[in-house]
Design a protein around this ligand. Structure first.
Ligand code: HEC
Ligand code: HEC
Length: 288
């Protein structure tokens, strides 16, 4: 039997194994390493028993805890739905003004409103309410039907000139050209006046179109063209136009007015979602 002895070069003991004069040093693994190794083995065995592990002939070993990742996802979804239902219930009972002044509710409404806007409104009003020809810019303080929370909520709920909704906004601008109320010359003059209202208010007063405007337009668009949200007549003293602010564009509108149609969302969207949209639209830049 070979004997363990001290190796004179490394100063370590040998195991006593020897092959052709080559002796094996006895350098065992560190104790801490061995302990950790056995702990991981024990952990793995425990894990096999507790959790789903290897496949069997028809199914798989389910593990004594009965855990499934699908089950976990389903639980998460159920929890999220519950949380959302709580928020939606709060939005339903609160007024838009209350939502807008409660930081927590407002944050929730803004997030939901942004999503609902992208899905339902951006096709016409564009991303962020930037607007397009015939579709009003909502990110501007120029309102056809009013920028107060309650007014925005009414517009979204009932729409504008939306035949199916009896409470929809309704006010049509007279067809001054088509119905021969004004001739081309008068239309040209009043258009000059409207252009000047915004671009050169000082000279506007001297223009012959002023009298035509006073007679035919002031009733809806107001003294000096500031507009009237009661009748949905937009301000004409503006850089933001629904259609066009050029003389040609204004003449076209006076001749044969285009009357924008906005769908009523009250029948399509949940009341709470409409409130979210109201708070979101109000925040876009022009809200009052
Ligand atoms: C099919 C196109 C279309 C869609 C979709 C649409 N709108 Fe409109 N919206 C319009 C038009 C056109 C007007 C202008 C109505 C008018 O001239 O009276 C308008 C007007 C408005 C106004 C009034 C603006 C003002 O100046 O008073 C608000 C607020 C508004 N929309 C919000 C929304 C919201 C919120 C949605 C999504 C739920 C939406 N709209 C979806 C076409 C649309
Ligand atoms: C009975 C009310 C009424 C009268 C009177 C009226 N308007 Fe209007 N006007 C409106 C309404 C409502 C709109 C909004 C149309 C829409 O929402 O599509 C409008 C829109 C306009 C626009 C388009 C603004 C834009 O942003 O593109 C112009 C320009 C305009 N009116 C000029 C006139 C002029 C000029 C007169 C007088 C000759 C006149 N209006 C008389 C109700 C009226």
């Amino acid at each position: 039997m070979a004997m363990a002895e001290r190796d004179p070069v490394s100063g370590k003991n040998t195991t006593g194994h020897e092959w052709d004069g080559i002796k094996e040093l006895n350098s065992p693994l560190p104790r801490w390493w061995v302990i950790v190794f056995y702990l991981t083995v024990a952990w793995a065995v425990g894990y096999w028993i507790a959790y789903p592990s290897w496949p069997t002939l028809h199914t798989y070993a389910k593990g004594v805890l009965g855990y499934t990742s699908r089950g976990e996802v389903a639980q998460d979804i159920a929890k999220a739905k519950l949380a959302q239902a709580g928020w939606m219930a709060k939005l339903k009972t609160a007024t838009v003004e209350q939502i807008n002044t409660n930081p927590e509710l407002r944050e929730y409404a803004m997030a939901g409103g942004a999503v609902a806007f992208r899905e339902n409104c951006a096709p016409c009003h564009q991303q962020g309410g930037a607007g397009a020809y015939g579709f009003p810019r909502l990110a501007a303080d120029r309102w056809i039907w009013g920028g107060a929370l309650a007014q925005i909520q009414t517009t979204i709920t009932h729409g504008s000139r939306w035949a199916a909704d009896p409470e929809t906004h309704r006010m049509d601008m007279p067809r001054f050209g088509d119905d021969k109320v004004l001739n081309e010359d008068q239309i040209s003059k009043v258009a000059d006046y409207v252009v000047a209202l915004y671009k050169a208010p000082d000279t506007a007063n001297t223009l012959p179109g002023k009298a035509i405007f006073a007679e035919h337009c002031v009733a809806c668009h107001g003294e000096k063209g500031v507009g009237n949200t009661e009748v949905g007549a937009p301000s004409l003293k503006t850089a933001v136009w629904l259609y066009s602010g050029t003389k040609e564009g204004i003449m076209a509108q006076v001749h044969s007015p285009k009357m924008g149609v906005m769908p009523a969302w009250g029948a399509k969207l949940d009341e709470a979602v409409i409130k979210e949209l109201t708070v979101y639209v109000h925040s876009l830049g022009g809200g009052r």
